[in-house]
Design a protein around this ligand. Structure first.
Ligand code: TMP
Length: 212
């Protein structure tokens, strides 16, 4: 019997696009349809590296821009063994942000190219599907006030959106753009349909390597 792996599904978008809500709903729906599924998120703030990142995001500490970029990447790499283990056990992982956020946010800062920002994440487990929840940053800001964390301002989020759009031109990644300005249920329906298709397909294919 061939072993069946889970699918690696990523939700991306600017802050307040509804990613976390949609990740939770997707996990619930996959479980109800009999497919083992778990949610993960990046940054994963519970590790030592994650705590450094969290303190930086909360403006409790300052880190040099290249340094924090590499910490975000290291935070993904430290979770790779666990991710692979779960995928190989047949668990579908629904991930709230991944390397694409890493690149989009750092490259929105002056002096950073997409190319430099991508390098540390080359070779990570490649998502079977990346859904980009698209909302206008001004509308996202109206959805719940932007909090006090670093990066939560409209001007910066507009540049982040442009960087995401550049990343989405890469046809080697299975991007799907989701209009996330609709109501939660309609957005969920579309995400569910894409995810179920890809989860059935992923089980027969080996896990790929991102950006190689
Ligand atoms: P969140 O925990 O609310 O998703 O916020 C995390 C913040 O960190 C968000 O503003 C995006 C940013 N970020 C990066 O700058 N680089 C990364 O690699 C990731 C995953 C997130």
């Amino acid at each position: 019997m061939t072993s069946r792996r889970g699918a690696l599904i990523v939700l991306e978008g600017v802050d307040k696009a509804g990613k976390t809500t949609q990740c939770k709903k997707l996990v619930q729906t996959l479980l109800e349809s009999g497919r083992p599924a778990e949610m993960m998120r990046f940054p994963e703030r519970s590790t030592k590296i994650g705590q450094l990142i969290s303190s930086y995001l909360e403006n409790k500490s300052n880190l040099e821009d290249h340094t924090v970029h590499l910490l975000f990447s290291a935070n993904r790499w430290e979770l790779v063994p666990l991710m692979k283990e779960k995928l190989e056990q047949g668990i579908t992982l629904v991930v709230d942000r991944y390397a694409f956020s890493g690149v989009a946010f750092t490259s929105a800062k002056p002096g950073f190219t997409l190319d430099w920002c991508m390098k540390p994440d080359v070779g990570l487990p490649k998502p079977d599907l990346v859904m980009f929840l698209k909302v206008n940053p001004a509308e996202a800001a109206r959805r719940g006030h932007f909090g006090t964390e670093r990066y939560e301002n409209c001007a910066f989020q507009n540049i982040v959106l442009q960087r995401f759009e550049e990343l989405m031109m890469d046809s080697a990644v299975n991007w799907q753009v989701i209009d996330a300005s609709r109501n939660i249920e309609d957005v969920h329906e579309e995400i569910k349909n894409y995810s179920q298709k890809v989860a059935s397909k992923a089980v027969t294919e080996p896990i790929g390597h991102l950006w190689t």
